[in-house]
Write a protein that binds this ligand. Structure first.
Ligand SMILES: NC(=O)c1ccc[n+]([C@@H]2O[C@H](COP(=O)([O-])OP(=O)(O)OC[C@H]3O[C@@H](n4cnc5c(N)ncnc54)[C@H](O)[C@@H]3O)[C@@H](O)[C@H]2O)c1
Ligand SMILES: [Zn+2]
Ligand SMILES: [Zn+2]
Length: 401
């Protein structure tokens, strides 16, 4: 491969500092080192966690950084020690056909640590998250721009045409899967769906409430429906989200702004004392409490999915003594390298929806428009690296679309 072992110059959206628009820059991407894979990105989504880092997180050491962490791409080259991922050897433009298609992961699965070996957890202790959670990026990076090191957000950085990721954080997927859809499985969809199916373990015939209807919450609604819940109450302060929630299986809709009572009381009245399962997909400590209080005493389970590391949260001990369980879930409880290819398969088998989450297609150059749309609650945003797709569409996508 002509680019292997060489520094690649390409475009990336750089966040130089918090609260400022991203800047499209030419960056240098170093070749992969031992156990690393350099990936040519094809498509990426935007997740609220990117916005959280840019506008709210206050991670002083977290800039300059290349954001983006739910993408899909093609293996361009691999470093020493990488044997499971192929780059192909054909020099023609058709060489992409022979290369592995992959989804980079913010959560690693080394398959060797005690957490990876324990089926009860998906918290690998080898990835960046183990000791750099406060900064949201590993200390090392393969990116530079104008002589400065750029951090790789959560070890991935999908707002770049190329990125380098450790093989323990890369999922190899079905090469027939459309990358411009399955990229969404890199974060939000697995997070919400798995929180319902793997972590809450929603049961057939049960009642559920999902708070927050961004991509994560909509995926949680889809998970509740997949698991056979009979009543799924969708809660959001933006009523425009309800039509979309219906598509994924929501049966009832509550806008807290229309109610004078606490939402937990409204839900208790709708469900004879509270739901069996509730999921918080907002990232607000007040909503977390409300979701817990919306669960029925005795057996109700509430799962925290929304992300915030800036505040403490509170509840009365009696709420747990009364038999409720309060849990949290990272990446929907999926062991990442095992779970993502399985979810890709579920999409290919039409068991989970992805296309319905996509509201906008944009080139990387419009990344700031995408961020604005998401800030304004325009559902899910999806960025397409059109210039790369143009290269590939006659190869990868022929006869498939
Ligand atoms: N735990 C994990 O592994 C993980 C992974 C990815 C994302 N997240 C987090 O999940 C959360 C949701 O992500 P997203 O991309 O879907 O975000 P989003 O911004 O698209 O959606 C959030 C939704 O919550 C609604 N909302 C705001 N305040 C509300 C309130 N008081 N009551 C009800 N609804 C309210 C908004 O209108 C919006 O529809 C974020 O906090 C994100 O950081 C967690
Ligand atoms: Zn995310
Ligand atoms: Zn591990």
């Amino acid at each position: 491969m002509a680019t292997a072992s060489k520094v690649i110059k390409c475009k990336a959206a750089v966040a130089w500092e918090p609260n400022k628009p991203l800047v499209i820059e030419e960056i240098e991407v170093a070749p992969p080192q031992a156990n690393e894979i350099r990936i040519k990105m094809v498509a990426t989504g935007v997740c609220h966690t990117d916005l959280y880092h840019l506008f709210e997180g206050m991670h002083e050491g977290g800039f300059p950084v290349v954001l983006g962490h739910e993408g899909a791409g093609i293996v361009e080259s691999v470093g020493p020690g990488v044997t499971e991922y192929q780059t192909g050897h054909c020099a023609t433009s058709f060489s992409f056909l022979q290369r592995d298609t992959v989804i980079p992961l913010f959560l690693s699965q080394c398959k060797e640590c005690r957490f990876c070996k324990n089926p009860k957890s998906n918290h690998c202790e080898k990835g960046w998250i183990a000791d750099r959670q406060g900064e949201m990026s590993p200390a090392e990076s393969r990116f530079t721009c104008k002589g400065k090191k750029l951090l790789q957000f959560v070890g991935t950085s999908t707002f770049s045409e190329y990125t380098v990721v450790n093989q323990m954080a890369v999922a190899k997927i079905d090469p027939a899967a459309p990358l411009d859809k399955v990229c969404l499985l890199g974060c939000g969809i697995c997070t919400g769906f798995g929180a319902a199916v793997n972590v809450a373990q929603v049961e057939p015939g049960s009642t559920c409430a999902v708070f927050g209807l961004g991509a994560v919450g909509l995926a949680a609604v889809m998970g509740c429906h997949f698991a056979g819940a009979k009543k799924i109450i969708a809660v959001d302060i933006n009523p425009e989200k309800f039509e979309m929630a219906k598509v994924f299986g929501a049966t009832d809709f509550v806008n807290p702004k229309d109610r004078s009572k606490p939402i937990s009381e409204v839900i208790a009245e709708m469900t004879n004392g509270g739901v069996d399962f509730s999921l918080e997909c907002v990232g607000s400590v007040g909503v977390m409490r409300s979701a817990l209080e919306s669960c029925v005493k005795g057996w109700g389970v509430s799962v925290i999915v929304g992300w915030t590391d800036l505040c403490d949260f509170a509840a009365r001990p009696i709420q747990l003594i009364a038999g409720r369980t309060w849990k949290g879930a990272l990446f929907g409880g999926f062991k990442s390298r095992d779970g993502v290819p399985q979810m890709v398969q579920s999409y290919m088998d039409k068991k989970v929806k992805l296309d319905e989450f996509i509201t906008h297609n944009m080139p990387l150059a419009q990344v700031n428009d995408a961020i604005e749309l998401m800030k304004n609650g325009k559902w899910y945003i999806y960025i397409l690296y059109v210039y790369i797709i143009e290269d590939l569409q006659t190869e990868l996508y022929k006869d498939k679309h």
